[in-house]
Design a protein around this ligand. Structure first.
Ligand code: NDP
Length: 245
């Protein structure tokens, strides 16, 4: 399989897109470490499914808002598996509200989890990623198109990943490492359920007229993690049903 012998770390791998990514990378042959913050049972269930696929699994409680935790997750992965080939920065949070109603605590939390966390995890991972290494971040379709009001903080945080991706592609390319961004559109998860109060509006904004699944996002992450994507770097791949079209 394409990821045989590789080791992946997925942040926020207990639920939603991160869980689907963890399972897909395991199905493609990788051993997988995954972090979570609150849902230990869900994380353990994903790890059991990774093992059922015949791969090794490691569950790490690490809050992406905590700088030391971001570094520790990378170090524990390398200590357990002896290497790191793929980092998927997936953990993220959203606050949707008019800018005047966004509290300072929200600004700090969203930027800590969505921006500082991926930066620090990438920093910690950079020295471990060798030839064929992969750094993949889950951004958002709002970096291409903000569909309406209330998105200032979330769009700020996700658009920052465009710059991080391009800059790190330049910095790590010489080591044979590719760095890419996956930008999901409306995807059916706990964060954005397809039967939620804003689902109909989001569905209507896509060209395909439907929500995506976490597995559909994971399929693109798997492509970027594998060898077939070796000449793809510094770019964003939208998995958004045409939200940006
Ligand atoms: P969910 O809320 O369904 O799942 C979030 C996951 O991240 C959980 O595993 C959660 O762990 C973990 N997590 C949240 N905060 C932290 C933290 N501080 N530290 C460590 N882990 C954390 O989200 P989605 O799967 O929908 O989203 C995944 C990514 O995709 C996010 O970056 C999001 O912004 C992005 N995205 C999602 C879209 C969508 O429509 N769903 C659209 C565009 C982008 P725990 O189980 O412990 O809470």
């Amino acid at each position: 399989m394409s990821l045989d012998g590789k080791v992946a770390l997925v942040t926020g791998g207990s639920r939603g897109i991160g869980a689907a990514v963890a399972l897909r990378l395991a199905a493609d042959g990788a051993d997988v470490a995954l972090t979570y913050r609150d849902n230990a049972d869900a994380a353990a269930e994903v790890a059991e499914q990774v093992k059922a696929a015949g791969r090794r699994a490691l569950v790490i409680r690490a809050d992406s808002a905590d700088a030391a935790d971001c570094v520790r997750a990378v170090e524990e992965t390398v200590a357990e598996f002896g290497r790191l080939d793929v980092l998927v920065n997936n953990a993220g949070v959203g606050v949707v509200a008019p800018i005047g109603e966004i509290a300072l605590e929200d600004v700090d939390r969203v930027l800590a989890v969505n921006v500082r966390g991926p930066f620090l995890a990438a920093k910690a991972a950079a020295s471990h990623l060798g030839e064929g290494g992969r750094l993949i971040t889950i951004g958002s379709c709002v970096s291409d198109r903000v569909p309406g009001p209330g998105m200032s903080l979330y769009a700020l945080s996700k658009t920052a990943m465009v710059g991080l991706t391009k800059a790190l592609a330049r910095e790590l390319g010489g080591n044979g490492v590719t760095v890419n961004l996956v930008q999901p559109g409306p995807t059916d998860t706990d964060m954005n359920p397809a039967d939620g109060p804003y689902a109909a509006d989001q569905r209507a904004l896509t060209a395909l007229g439907r929500y995506g699944t976490a597995g559909e996002v994971a399929a693109t992450v798997a492509f970027l993690a594998g060898d077939d994507s070796r000449y793809v770097t510094g770019t964003a791949v939208s998995v958004d049903g045409g939200h940006a079209a």
